[in-house]
Structure formats: structure tokens, C-alpha cells
Design a binder for this molecule. Structure first.
Ligand SMILES: *Cc1c(COP(=O)(O)O)cnc(C)c1O
Length: 460
């Protein structure tokens, strides 16, 4: 055991040094660090190697080639870092190595995950009776929840989709926003419901679905709404859509990968108003809750629909009607206990800590936006949450400036195309970001944008 301790301390030492240095290194890995990855390119040797040596190689070649997304000035995508407590819990749960499929076999992690689920429902203001599943991310959470929706809609039509498949089944009608996240369409495709068959509802100029453009709904309809547009942060009009769906007996699914977390903040909860009237929800904990990847969660109001879509039975698998077997609710059987990190993050932050994390990052997004517009650059979206879209002029200019910002290394922002306009996207999601990180990043962005403008003016 002594040896094990030494190795883990070695790993902790290396990880600690890595994290401590994140704030002072360039956010994007340097081209030199990336080219040194070639050192990994050799055939596997025949003999075992000392674990400490393995770790050393990983750290010396691997660490410098990472992007500092765990650090305070990474604003790409919507991904955030890891809270120290979540990372630490991830290590401990990794040491436990529990296959969290069955309560009777892994009661500890099954119970902790159940508590985490209840806390999530509470924090996100979702109905307490929901069933839940810890999955890899929102892609799979969408898949899981929509499998339950598919089950329920076809069951009403007298069809058992798990037993009989989709060949010959009554058709369902899936309705999505024109601004649906591509992974939602992938989930629809994986479920055999056809991504091109989905009816796309037009949106307003901030990317929210237009409730007045919703087609007529029926018991065969599954309406997929969005809480938090990936570009603008916009929320679809949940109360109107849920009311129309309820009347028709349709299912409403919410893709709330990050936006669902608005509900955890008293000052932003109005954005998520009506969300509890939906039937299923998907979210990520590796985004705004800042736990390590992979950590998505699906919630489904109708426990039986989710269980029918996901459960398996086999003679060698102990079933327990008095317990919740996590595997009855997830696509996976074997899986790591990702809910443990979620538990740890929630426990460490408490309600006020979660609200503060969400509100603070949204405040920083507004700080970015006002600095950009004060400097004369166009902010393309209404800042409702943590997302900011900035245009520096023509598509080429914007793309060039984004690429210069990434190469400069003070911070990292990505690019996107929003309603035909090329933009830089700033997503503020990390617990580690401070106001001075925001100001340092603003300074760098403006310095780079202005020097590019001069270059253009000089025709060079
Ligand atoms: C990130 C995101 C997804 C996909 O989540 P993964 O965890 O990457 O699978 C889906 N929908 C929205 C709105 C997102 O922001």
C-alpha cells in the first residue's frame, strides 16, 4: 500500500503544479508543446515500465500540450473547469472503482448518486418525483430522455417500441427549434426518429423559438425546447409551449445543457420560468457546475417511461424492487460513479454558492459585453445569460482577430456564425474566473483587435 501512496502523491504533486501554473501560462498550448507530442509516437515496448516513469512521461510531454480550459481565462465553448472539491472527489471515487450499475453490489455510490439526484432536482427547481440518470453528457442525456419520450408516445398508440422496434410503428412527430443544438438532432437520429424528419420551428432574433410558429400538436408529438442557446444563451418560451403541449397530450423535452442552471439563481430563475411543466430535461454538470467530464444528467417525470426505455433484466444481475438500480435508468450497464463528483460539488457550494457561481459568471459576461461595445465593437446578442457574441467587422477580420487572440494566449475565445454573421463567442462558465481575469482578457482582446485594425488601415 505504501507504494500506492507514493504513486498517488506523485500524481497529486504533478496535478497541483499543473493547476497552479495555469494562470501564468498561455491558454492555448504553444506550437512547440504540440510538436513535442511526436515524442509519444513509438511502438509499444515489450516489458512493463515503472508506473512513476509512466506518469513522468505523461506529465512532461502531455501537460504542456493541453489547453488551459481548467484555468481562469478559457472562454471557449461552454465548458468551465473543475472545482477543486469535484476533482478531489473524482480521484477518491476513482480509487473506489465502483461499477455503479446495481444497488446491491455498489450500495455506497448508488446511495450517494440518489442523494445527488434529489439535490439536483431541488436546485434546478424540477419536480421532485422525477427519475434521473447520470450519463456522459447532454448528448446522451438528450438520447436517454427522448428514449423515454418515444416509449411513452408509442405506448399511448398501443405500440411497444423496445420490444417491436420502429419498423411499422405509428409515426411520431418530433418538433425542434431552428436553433436546436446539433447534438439534439444526433440523439433524434440515434433513436431512429430521423433528424431530417424533425419539424423546425423558426426563432426570434436572439434565437428563442417562436411559440406562435409552433405547429398543431398531438399525443404523437415530442417538442424539444432549449434552455440556453449555445450562441446567445436565449431561452425558448417555456410557459407557452408547455401549455400548448399539455393541452394536446404532447411531450416536452428541455435541452438545458447549461441554461437549466439559471433556475439555481434567484435573480435569473425567471428565465427558466415554466420549466417544471416539461416532461424531461437534459443537463451537463461538467459545464456550469464545474465537475470533470463526463457528467450529464437526464431527468424524466414519468419514471416508468424511463425505466421501460432503459432497463434490462438478466439472471445474473441482482434486481431489487426496494432499491433503485441506477442501470435501470441509463443506457450503460457498467459505468463509473460520476454522481459522486456532483454530490461533492453541490455539498461544497451549497445553494448560495451555486447561485453565486451562476450569477458571477453572468455578471462577467455583461462586463465583457459592455467593454466590447464601449470600444466600438458590435455585440450581436442580447446578454441574457453568460454568452457574448462580438463582431469585429467583416467575417475575415473577425476570424483573424479570434485566431490572433488564441495565439496571444492571454485568454481563449472561439468563433461562431450567428444568423449569418461571423462572431467571436465568449462563454463565461468557470468558477476560477475572477474580475481581474476578465479585465486582463478584455485588455488583450482590445489590444489585438486595435492593432489588427491599424494593420488593415496601413494596408499591410
Ligand atoms: C453542450 C451542449 C450540448 C452537448 O453536450 P455534451 O455534453 O457535449 O454532449 C447540447 N446542447 C446544448 C444546448 C449544449 O450547450
Amino acid at each position: 500500500m505504501k507504494k500506492m501512496n507514493t504513486l498517488l502523491e506523485n500524481a497529486a504533486q504533478r496535478a497541483g503544479t499543473y493547476l497552479d501554473n495555469l494562470s501564468s501560462r498561455p491558454v492555448a498550448p504553444t506550437p512547440e508543446a504540440v510538436s513535442r507530442l511526436a515524442a509519444f509516437d513509438y511502438p509499444l515496448q515489450n516489458d512493463p515500465l515503472n508506473p512513476a516513469e509512466v506518469l513522468r512521461e505523461l506529465d512532461e510531454i502531455g501537460s504542456p500540450a493541453t489547453i488551459a480550459s481548467a484555468g481562469p481565462r478559457f472562454f471557449g465553448f461552454v465548458i468551465g473547469g473543475s472545482l477543486p472539491v469535484a476533482l478531489a472527489a473524482n480521484w477518491l471515487a476513482g480509487a473506489w472503482d465502483q461499477n455503479s450499475a446495481l444497488y446491491n453490489v455498489t450500495p455506497g455510490t448508488a446511495a450517494i448518486e440518489q442523494v445527488a439526484l434529489h439535490w439536483l432536482l431541488d436546485v434546478l427547481r424540477l419536480p421532485g418525483e422525477c427519475a434521473g440518470a447520470f450519463v456522459t453528457g447532454t448528448t446522451v442525456a438528450n438520447f436517454t430522455a427522448l428514449a423515454a419520450a418515444r416509449h411513452a408516445a408509442l405506448e399511448k398508440a398501443g405500440w411497444n417500441v423496445e420490444a417491436d422496434g420502429l419498423f411499422g410503428a405509428p409515426p411520431l412527430e418530433v418538433i425542434v427549434s431552428a436553433e436546436a443544438h446539433p447534438t439534439l438532432l444526433k440523439a433524434i437520429a440515434m433513436l431512429g426518429m430521423g433528424r431530417d424528419r424533425a419539424i423546425r420551428v423558426p426563432t426570434d432574433k436572439n434565437g428563442a423559438m417562436r411559440a406562435d410558429a409552433l405547429p398543431a400538436l398531438s399525443e404523437r408529438s415530442i417538442v424539444c425546447v432549449q434552455a440556453g442557446n449555445i450562441n446567445t444563451g436565449a431561452f425558448d418560451p417555456l410557459p407557452e409551449i408547455c401549455t400548448a403541449a399539455r393541452k394536446a397530450g404532447a411531450w416536452v423535452h428541455v435541452d438545458g445543457a447549461f441554461g437549466l442552471w439559471a433556475a439555481a439563481s434567484p435573480s435569473l430563475a425567471r428565465l427558466a420560468e415554466g420549466i417544471d411543466h416539461a416532461d424531461s430535461w437534459a443537463t451537463d454538470c461538467h459545464k456550469w457546475l464545474n465537475v470533470p467530464y463526463d457528467s450529464g444528467v437526464a431527468f424524466v417525470r414519468d419514471t416508468n417511461a424511463l425505466r421501460a426505455a432503459m432497463s434490462i433484466t438478466a439472471d445474473y444481475l441482482p434486481t431489487a424492487s426496494e432499491y433503485r438500480n441506477p442501470a435501470d435508468f441509463t443506457p450503460e450497464l457498467s459505468r463509473r460513479a460520476r454522481g459522486v463528483e456532483v454530490w461533492a460539488a453541490l455539498r461544497a457550494l451549497g445553494r448560495s454558492g451555486i447561485a453565486d457561481l451562476i450569477e458571477r459568471t453572468c455578471r462577467y459576461a455583461r462586463r465583457f459585453a459592455s467593454a466590447m461595445s464601449s470600444a466600438g465593437y458590435e455585440v450581436l446578442n442580447e446578454i441574457v445569460l453568460n454568452q457574448v457574441l462580438v463582431s469585429f467587422g467583416s467575417p475575415d477580420t473577425t476570424r483573424q482577430i479570434v485566431s490572433d487572440i488564441q495565439a496571444d494566449g492571454t485568454c481563449w475565445c472561439g468563433s461562431t456564425v450567428w444568423q449569418g454573421k461571423t462572431a467571436m463567442r465568449i462563454s463565461v462558465v468557470s468558477w476560477a474566473t475572477t474580475e481581474s481575469d476578465v479585465d486582463r482578457s478584455i485588455e488583450a482582446i482590445l489590444r489585438i483587435a486595435q492593432s489588427s485594425k491599424k494593420k488593415h488601415a496601413n494596408g499591410s
